[in-house]
Design a protein around this ligand. Sequence first.
Ligand code: ADP
Ligand code: MG
Length: 259
Amino acid sequence: MARKIVVANQKGGVGKTTSSVNLAASLAVMEKKVLVIDCDPQANASSGLGVDGDNAPLSLYSVFFEPDKASEAVMETSSPFVWLIPASQDLVGAEIELIDKIGREYFLQDVLRSIEDEYDFIILDCPPSLGLLTLNALCAARELLIPLQCEYYALEGIAKLLNTYEQVRARLNPRLTILGVLLTMYDVRNKLSRQVKKEVRKCFPDKMFETIIPRNVRLSEAPSYGMTILSYDIKSKGAEAYLSLAKEVVTRKAPAIAA
Ligand code: ADP
Ligand code: MG
């Protein structure tokens, strides 16, 4: 059974998508079979993996309400051993269609059910909100990875995210655990970055990943070529960091299967 990791933070631009695709590619280098689910209608994870979601034959939206078809929506990507269910703009509609559905938080869980056995890891990249798409991803996954950008307001909004996490655990998905908090866009020369690291460590003494993702221009260039950092520049600091993160993720024990 796949380890299912949801990458969430309702703030935009904190490194969710960058971390989703590059962690996926780095796990694949470790010979893991990885499936990325792009849960964001902006489809950045899809394009970052070389797939145009709006022109794909099927997308997450096509199978959202027809989970039996899920395997048909899985595509190959520019990255070996990484597969993808792409997002398209019409995924915005799913959020609205879900509103009056019974069990509206569990549709994505059903989508994963029929395909999860084929992969070692499933990574769910969330949109920048705590709406129904993110809630579906939090209910479909077992482990939560929270990227935090090293900037002045890094911890702002984190209380709301943790509150949502607690509510999801209490009411919807008691098996969800926090895999780790990942600092992104770290700049060693910047005093603020170092302060944020200290603060976050105080907040999450045993949940912070040892690996810290540096600010690295190669990481921001790779998606415009539809490539992960490993295909684009394997020697970069960014590639080194995501490979090290993948090692940590593999070593951090998967939560026990029993509820
Ligand atoms: P989110 O998915 O949380 O909105 P992204 O992963 O799309 O965030 O990142 C936001 C922007 O910052 C993108 O342009 C991305 O290329 C860039 N970026 C992300 N991580 C880094 C990094 N470590 N160094 C430099 N640029 C980064
Ligand atoms: Mg994103």
